[in-house]
Design a binder for this molecule. Structure first.
Ligand SMILES: *[C@@H]1O[C@H](CO)[C@@H](O)[C@H](O)[C@H]1NC(C)=O
Ligand SMILES: *[C@@H]1O[C@H](CO)[C@@H](O)[C@H](O)[C@H]1NC(C)=O
Ligand SMILES: *[C@@H]1O[C@H](CO)[C@@H](O)[C@H](O)[C@H]1NC(C)=O
Ligand SMILES: *[C@@H]1O[C@H](CO)[C@@H](O)[C@H](O)[C@H]1NC(C)=O
Ligand SMILES: *[C@@H]1O[C@H](CO)[C@@H](O)[C@H](O)[C@H]1NC(C)=O
Ligand SMILES: *[C@@H]1O[C@H](CO)[C@@H](O)[C@H](O)[C@H]1NC(C)=O
Ligand SMILES: *[C@@H]1O[C@H](CO)[C@@H](O)[C@H](O)[C@H]1NC(C)=O
Ligand SMILES: [Cu+2]
Length: 566
């Protein structure tokens, strides 16, 4: 009798999450070193299955992937499935010190990746130290069986992974930065599908080529897997039509360039409607406010080539014009034009009211130098970063384990819902006494089902920058943004609650703010962080601990049999 009842309950939830046919697919990832030659030199990098970028995973809406990760390299690794909500199962989220300890050399771990409403393009990447520089790949989620895209089916599709290449070993870059307290060295090139492209030395033969047929439309699934820079991206003489981002569809938005922050994905339709006789570059370049000598100001390219015997291969491809590297207007204009489809077939579930509003000040900070000499941060200090003035300190064991087993002393629960101190967040000059953060391992506890608004307030402490904020375990609706300080009385009046885009990563405008809303209906332990890797390393993160709900299907799942030990 009970088993019959539980069968009915299971069938009910299977139908709820998976009205069509859903499948489970198995994959094996071997994390290992491989030799790659770029920019005239050969070096060993950490890869999955020897590939850079790593393998693309394919699924249909509602499917499940099971990935067994063997670490046969010399260093620790964890893998995060960026943008997959993983309902009730943070055990497979892959963030080191938050939901698991590292998979150490010689050991393995099985991740279960459960898709629900995600469709479009997502990605996976390592989530410890600087390993994600080369350990990453795309996830393609086709429409759930029996459904279709909200746009005409394209004739073909191509995954475009934007990345970075360092001539030095990335671990050395990180170690050096942490040791000296200064900025990590900028990369030596950006890459498109692992290739720097024609404008870099020794790179022409490998340049990625996309072949198109005149008159056809293609879907570009663009992922920004770069570590430290947003990227402007464009294709010479061609318009791009955005139709999806971060695993959700959008209203069609036609543009001649896009801005894509680290962590974001963009699904773009490309109509091959220009002269087949020319070659066209697709190109990407940094969007950054780093001091001039600290940014990689180079341009990566790939070639769009028409399948036609008329193509004059000897001609130089046309280069698109990209916005200038510090063009805030161009960045915000694109980012905040994105909208949800929000029609009858694509209902949105944006909370119209909220149980709590959090205001989170996002800041770069300074700490005292701990070297005998002076550090390489501003004025001889050591660089740091914080959310609401708390610079996150990694705990000795992961927070999820401590929460699940009731182990005390690993984290505190007092992450403030507002800045403890109000100041002119975006002032041109900041008082020096504000620059030093508190250190701590603080989480914010959320009740199951609470509707939450977060206003990310950019600050000019140390240096005003644009911060791509990413939340694990959820997507959120981006309901408002502006420059300057958030005004709690006036600014909410201008919110878009009609067709806000559903995202998992959003760039906080430089010296500005952005407001997002979500429902805390996914019990577990979920990381919130800036997706600029150097800021994450410096502590620009916190954790939401979402409590269990009352009813069936609202509680954290038990851990798999073998979690990696610390
Ligand atoms: C960083 O760049 C500086 C100057 O170009 C160089 O001297 C230093 O060796 C680099 N450090 C690393 C770790 O790449
Ligand atoms: C960055 O590159 C662009 C185009 O290649 C160039 O116009 C600009 O002067 C460069 N900026 C710096 C700071 O090097
Ligand atoms: C953008 O860069 C240019 C040249 O490097 C500089 O003159 C200008 O002040 C910068 N703008 C901002 C807002 O930083
Ligand atoms: C905050 O600083 C900005 C930039 O310097 C300035 O324009 C603004 O007036 C200041 N706001 C207040 C309330 O002082
Ligand atoms: C952050 O906290 C430290 C230590 O309490 C304090 O000195 C500093 O002024 C605070 N900064 C801000 C921006 O609140
Ligand atoms: C560096 O120190 C000078 C002099 O005390 C001060 O004016 C400046 O704001 C400081 N800059 C930073 C980023 O700490
Ligand atoms: C690898 O992970 C283990 C377990 O968390 C940790 O004890 C060790 O220090 C890590 N090694 C490195 C090099 O980070
Ligand atoms: Cu940041």
């Amino acid at each position: 009798m009970t088993s019959l009842l539980s069968l009915v309950v299971v069938a009910f939830f299977a139908l709820l999450f998976c009205p069509g046919w859903c499948e489970t697919y198995h994959h094996v990832f071997h994390v290992k070193e491989a030799s790659y030659t770029r920019l005239c030199r050969t070096k060993k990098i950490l890869t999955v299955n020897g590939q850079f970028p790593g393998p693309t995973l394919y699924a249909y809406g509602g499917d499940k992937l099971v990935v067994k990760v063997y670490n046969i390299a010399q260093e620790n690794v964890t893998i995060h499935w960026h943008g997959v909500k993983q309902p009730r199962n943070p055990w497979s989220d892959g963030s080191e010190y938050i939901t698991q300890c590292a998979i150490q050399p010689g050991s393995s771990f099985i991740y279960t990746i459960t898709f629900t409403d995600e469709e479009g393009t997502l990605w996976w990447h390592a989530h410890n130290d600087y390993t994600r520089a080369t350990v990453h790949g795309a996830i393609v989620v086709y429409p759930r069986h029996g459904t279709s895209y909200p746009f005409p089916k394209p004739s073909g599709e191509v995954v475009i992974v934007l990345g970075e290449w360092w001539n030095k070993d990335v671990n050395t870059v990180l170690e050096k930065a942490l040791e000296t307290g200064g900025e990590p060295n900028a990369s030596d090139s950006f890459t498109i599908n692992g290739q720097p492209g024609d404008l870099y030395p020794c790179s022409k033969p490998g340049t990625f080529r996309m072949l198109v047929e005149h008159g056809k439309t293609y879907l570009l699934r663009v992922v920004n897997a770069a570590m430290d820079d947003g990227l402007f991206f464009s294709i010479a003489d061609h318009l791009l039509t955005l139709v999806g981002s971060d695993g959700s569809y959008t209203k069609a938005l036609t543009t001649d360039y896009i801005l894509i922050s680290p962590g974001e994905t963009m699904d773009l339709l490309l109509k091959a409607n220009q002269s087949p006789r020319n070659l066209y570059y697709m190109a990407a370049r940094a969007f950054s406010y780093q001091p001039v000598n600290n940014i990689d100001n180079t341009t990566t390219t790939a070639i769009v080539q028409y399948k036609s015997h008329y193509t004059q291969r000897s001609t130089n491809p046309l280069l698109p014009t990209l916005p200038f590297y510090n063009d805030t207007e161009a960045a915000s204009k694109f980012s905040f034009s994105i909208r949800s489809p929000a029609g009858m077939h694509w209902p949105i579930s944006c909370p119209q009211r909220f149980d709590q509003r959090m205001i989170i000040a996002v800041a770069v900070n300074e700490l005292e130098c701990q070297l005998s000499g002076s550090c390489e941060g501003p004025n001889g200090t050591r660089l740091s970063a914080s959310l609401n003035n708390i610079s996150f300190v990694n705990p000795p064991i992961d927070i999820l384990e401590a929460y699940y087993k009731g182990i005390n002393g690993v984290f505190g629960a007092s992450f403030p819902s507002r800045p403890l101190q109000y100041y002119n967040f975006t002032a041109e000059y900041q008082p020096l006494e504000l620059l030093k953060p508190r250190l701590g391992t603080m989480v914010r506890v959320l009740e199951y089902g609470a509707t939450v608004e977060i206003v990310f307030q950019g600050t000019s402490l140390v240096r005003a920058e644009s911060h791509p904020m990413h939340l694990h375990g959820f997507s959120f609706y981006v309901v408002g943004w502006g420059f300057g300080n958030f005004n709690e009385k006036k600014d909410p009046l201008g919110y878009n609650l009609e067709d806000p885009p559903l995202k998992n990563t959003i760039g906080v405008p430089r010296n500005g703010w952005v407001a997002v809303r979500f429902t805390a209906n996914n019990p577990g332990v979920w990381l919130l962080h800036c997706h600029l890797e150097r800021h994450l390393i410096w502590g620009m993160n916190t954790v939401f601990l979402v409590k269990d709900g009352e009813g069936p299907g609202t509680k954290l799942l038990p851990p798999p049999p073998h979690m990696p030990p610390c």
